[in-house]
Structure formats: C-alpha cells, structure tokens
Design a binder for this molecule. Structure first.
Ligand code: P1T
Length: 384
C-alpha cells in the first residue's frame, strides 16, 4: 500500500505532485488561475499550451496531475461534481445496445443516473451483488462493456474484492470502474488491483472540509484517457479553478485525516456494536463484517464511514438523527466534521422500490476527526 513515485511515499506525493513552486514568482502554492481565456502571441501562439478555460486551466491541471499520481494512474480528469464525472465516463464507455452491470448497493445519485438517464440512451443495465464475484460473472453478457463497483459501498459498507471482479470483467471484455470515494486513494488504490477507471466525488474525503463540490476520474490506459479528455471538453462539466484549488489544498492533509477518521470510526463502530438498541453495525473494520478479510487485504485501514440499524424501525432511526447534536444532520460525507443522516429519506430516496432499496431503520454516520469521546457521548445521548 506504499504507493511510490520517484521513490516517494503517498504522504509526500499528496503534498507535492503537480505542485512545483511557481516558476515566475516562486509561490509555494499553485495560484488560482481565475481566467476564462489566455492571450495568444499571434493566432495559435499559445503560451504553455493554455487556450480557453474549459479545455484547460493550470490550477485544474495541477489537481489532475496530483490525482493521477495519488491513484497510480496515467491521467486524472477533474469535473464539476462526482456525478458530472460519472456522466462523462458512462457516455465515453457506452453506446446503444451495450450493457452495464451496477452494484446492488451504491450512492442513490449513481443509481438515478443509470436508471433514469443512461437507460434512455438505449443502454441495458442490470444489478448484481458485486461483493460476490460469482454473481458478477452470472450478470455479464456478451454486450457488457462496463462493470461498476463501489467499495466500501454507500450506505451499507459492502466490500467488493476488486482483484477478483477485475478478473471477471477482463474475461468478459468489459471495463471495471471502481468508485473509490469512501476509501480515498490513501486507503485503497483500485488501478493497482486491476481496475480500469477510478471515480471520485472529490466533494468528500479529497476535499475534506465540506466546502466544495467536485468529481474526478483517473485512468491508466492512454487511449481511454484521450477519449475521456475529448468528452470532458466536449461536454464541458469541468472543475473551476477555485474549486480545483480547494481540492488540492484538502489533499495535502488527506493521509493524516484518513488515519484519524479510521481510528475514530473504529471506536464508534465498537461502541455501537455493544449498544442494546443497535440491531446491526456495518463497518468493515469489525471482524464480524462479511467483507472484513477482503477489506484488510485491499485497504490500508477501514475508513470513516459507519452505518447501523436501530431497534424500532424507521421512526426510531429518524429520531436518532434528529436528536444528534455534535453529529450534524446533513447529506454528504468525508469532511472533518461528523455528519449523520437517514439514507432512506435523504441520500438514497431515489432508490426506493428498486433492487437497491436501503433498510428503513438504517442510520449513516460520516465520522469526523473531532475528539472521539465527544462523538461517543453524542451518540449515546442520541440513542437515548
Ligand atoms: O455529489 P457528487 O459530488 O456529485 O458525487 C456523487 C457521489 C458519487 N459517488 C459516491 C460514492 C457518493 O457518495 C456520491 C455523493 N454522495 C453523497 C452526497 C452522499 O451523501 O452519499
């Protein structure tokens, strides 16, 4: 898990990749190039290749180079949101008549994009339990072009064996896409395990401070990188300069934040597992989690997301969310501050009635980096 670049470890790469001091001023932090266009020295005389802010911007390029280095890929692409990145990827990979496999547990917005948008392109899709490679094998068809995986998954924290599913996808002639948002590249590097594309909502751990919405793709294959770059410019949902700068700034502390998120979440998961009103805890760091061994094999640590089911059904779960004080009631995740939410009514309302439906008694926590004792006290009072 010690990804190296020129012999450097992850923590060093996170701070330096794509971010040499500015050659003109010496600024240690890359400037925010808040400019829509770039002066040409005579028609076609581009300075440094910069032409127009949608096709390319130096601040965004710094982030894209950094992301590629963090994931061990050849090219990173930054978008206006995670869903914008997903849309660009699916348009690049799929044509009418193609087939896509999606997981039976995934972010509700990803499901909505596939079921209500991609579906209208004449692309067929089916749902599989990707935590079982045999189920993925059974779901692929001759026309399957992509297998989509989220691991850990949102919101049930299911673990998919990336290397095993990569093998299934490869033998079916399909590309494996891994949404690495919950893990972040510090905890897990899907390309090294055989994935073709990594997806991120940079809104989450990469940004890390709940102050930016963004998305990213990272690929190893040069031809696919070229196609994606074409679509990124042709469709235009790029990350803006200031948003790119915020994500770059967040990434500098990713490693230390993820260590604390993981340590706090492990304590929270243990406390919940011992609570009489908690029916089930979903956290891959618990030895009782069905994906624990796979997670231990492919992740550096188990991350900051925990979900749990509360005795008393939906009303009880909603009441816990409403009573929490230090855990802020809100959608999203991955920031330094702890969040709590009810997936069935909030982030995953769009999967109601589908194969991805989430339990009504489920509460999801994004465990932040506050004092864990304060977090445990808040949960104890919220559970009553
Ligand atoms: O919100 P956006 O930046 O567009 O990213 C979408 C997305 C993609 N993949 C995963 C695993 C995600 O969790 C998300 C966004 N998720 C939330 C907003 C949430 O609260 O779960």
């Amino acid at each position: 898990m010690n990804q190296e670049r020129d012999g450097q470890r992850f923590e060093t790469v996170a701070i330096h990749a794509g971010q040499e001091p500015d050659p003109v001023t010496g600024a240690v932090v890359p400037p925010i190039h808040q400019s829509s266009t770039f002066k040409q020295d005579g028609v076609g005389g581009l300075r440094g290749g910069w032409e127009y802010g949608r096709s390319g911007n130096p601040t965004r390029a710094a982030l894209e180079e950094n992301l590629a280095a963090l994931e061990g890929g050849r090219r990173g692409l930054a978008f206006a949101s995670g869903l914008a990145a997903e849309d660009c990827l699916l348009r690049t990979l799929l044509r009418p008549g193609d087939h896509l496999v999606i997981p039976d547990d995934a972010y509700g917005g990803t499901f909505r994009l596939v079921a209500q948008v991609v579906d209208r392109w004449g692309v067929a899709w089916s749902v599989a339990d990707t935590t079982d490679p045999a189920a993925v094998r059974a779901a692929v068809r001759p026309e399957t072009k992509a297998v989509w995986v989220e691991t850990p998954s949102n919101p049930l924290l299911g673990i998919t064996d990336i290397a095993a599913v990569a093998e299934v996808a490869r033998s079916a002639g399909a590309r494996l896409v891994v949404d690495n948002t919950f893990a972040s590249p510090y905890l897990q590097q899907p390309l090294a395990l055989g994935a073709d594309v990594v997806v991120h909502s940079t809104t989450k751990y990469l940004g890390g401070h709940s102050d930016v919405v963004g998305g990213a793709l990272v690929v190893a294959d040069e031809a696919l990188a070229g196609e994606l770059t074409f679509h990124q410019n042709a469709m235009g949902a790029v990350a803006g300069p200031f948003d790119s700068w915020l994500v770059l700034r967040g990434i500098k502390t990713l490693a230390v934040r993820m260590d604390r998120h993981s340590a706090n979440a492990a304590r929270v998961a243990e406390a919940l597992a011992a609570h009489p009103r908690v029916v089930q805890v979903c956290y891959p760091g618990l030895p009782s989690h069905p994906g624990h061994e796979t997670a231990a094999k492919q992740m550096r640590d188990f991350g900051g997301m925990v979900s749990f089911r509360v005795e008393g059904g939906e009303r009880a779960a909603v009441a816990v969310c409403d009573r929490a004080r230090l855990f802020t009631l809100g959608e999203s995740l991955g920031g330094v501050e702890s969040l709590i939410e009810h997936p069935g009514r909030m982030t995953h309302a769009s999967v109601a009635g589908s194969a991805l439906e989430v339990p009504a008694d489920l509460v999801r926590l994004s465990v932040g980096i506050e004092s864990v004792d304060d977090l445990l006290a808040d949960l104890a009072q919220a559970l009553g």
